[in-house]
Ligand binder design. Structure first.
Ligand code: ZN
Length: 144
């Protein structure tokens, strides 16, 4: 394991143990449920939209560390963003975890905690764990 891998492992475990934005969002304007039966992961993502911008986002759920850490990181990344910005973030995340668009040289700093999921591409069965919360958010926003 390289130093980078162990750093990313730390990021994932930190989000799994201390999830950000976890709980019920009072006054949510949209919400959706996501399930990954292969792993037993479940998530509910609730958002308050102001125009096309996410004014607040929270999630509840249970499942493996990747699924719950991903939901935590996702809520941090999309908070305050427009739908177009979120679509771009999702595209980047999807490429990262599927391995179709690996982490570029020097890109890790720009991506922040999202970069911690690059290693998921080595485990194809875990891709659904990582993308579930993003798909659920897109569903809540009417994109799926
Ligand atoms: Zn999982």
């Amino acid at each position: 394991m390289t130093n980078l891998d162990s750093l990313y492992q730390e990021v994932l475990l930190d989000h799994y143990r201390k999830p950000r934005n976890k709980g019920v969002l009072e006054g949510a304007t949209a919400q959706a449920d996501g399930r990954n039966p292969l792993c037993g992961d479940e998530v509910n993502v609730a958002v308050t939209m102001e125009g096309d911008r996410v004014a607040a986002v929270k999630f509840t759920g249970q499942g493996c560390s990747i699924s719950q850490a991903s939901a935590s990181v996702m809520t941090q990344l999309v908070d305050g963003k427009s739908e177009a910005e979120i679509e771009a973030l999702f595209e980047r995340f999807h490429g990262l975890v599927t391995g179709t668009a690996p982490l570029a040289e020097g890109e890790a700093k720009q991506l922040g905690a999202m970069a911690a999921f690059a290693g998921v591409s080595k485990y194809p069965t875990r891709v659904k764990c990582a993308t579930m919360s993003w798909h659920t958010l897109r569903k809540a926003m009417g994109h799926e």
